[in-house]
Design a protein. Structure first.
Length: 156
């Protein structure tokens, strides 16, 4: 069993059900490749992207591994004029997570979080468990109470 991450501790504390899915640390990192490792369609594994409006606002987006974030749609959903991807070098300091292991659950601070509506077509989806080599399989509806997520169409 994996060492507990912040994401797992929060899910445990709230008594949300989840399943740990591990993959080799020297294996795939891209969401599409991780999904393939688990034998799952790429649109069932959700990657976590962090953006900024460059004036102190940060926003988290979860979307299928085989899709791209539409920055204009994302900005509209969070009420920002314009957003851009957070620089990779700033990710760990801001969230506590590294690139390739960034979970929408358990960041250092709770940021506005948006999950693509396509997640709702699944009983469970895969999201990062908070470190490289670890995914958590959860009911996507858990993201609403666990990180105050809202669901919207955010992909290209």
């Amino acid at each position: 069993m994996a060492v507990k991450t912040n994401a797992m501790r929060i899910l445990d504390r709230e008594k949300f059900e989840y399943t740990i899915r591990e993959y080799p640390l020297n294996g795939p990192v891209a969401a599409v490749d991780v999904a393939q490792y688990f034998g799952q369609p790429a649109n069932r594994l959700f990657k976590t992207l962090v953006t900024t409006d460059n004036s102190g606002g940060y926003y988290v987006f979860c979307l299928p591994g085989d899709h791209e974030l539409d920055l204009k749609k994302g900005a509209a959903v969070v009420g920002a004029k314009k957003i851009e991807m957070l620089k990779q070098k700033d990710l760990q300091k801001l969230t506590g997570y590294v690139h390739g292991g960034c979970s929408p659950i358990g960041m250092k601070k709770l940021f506005p979080t948006v999950v693509d509506t396509s997640a709702l077509q699944w009983d469970t989806v895969y999201v990062s468990g908070g470190k490289i080599g670890l995914q958590i399989e959860i009911d996507p509806r858990i993201l609403e109470p666990s990180v105050a997520a809202k669901f919207a169409d955010i992909t290209k």
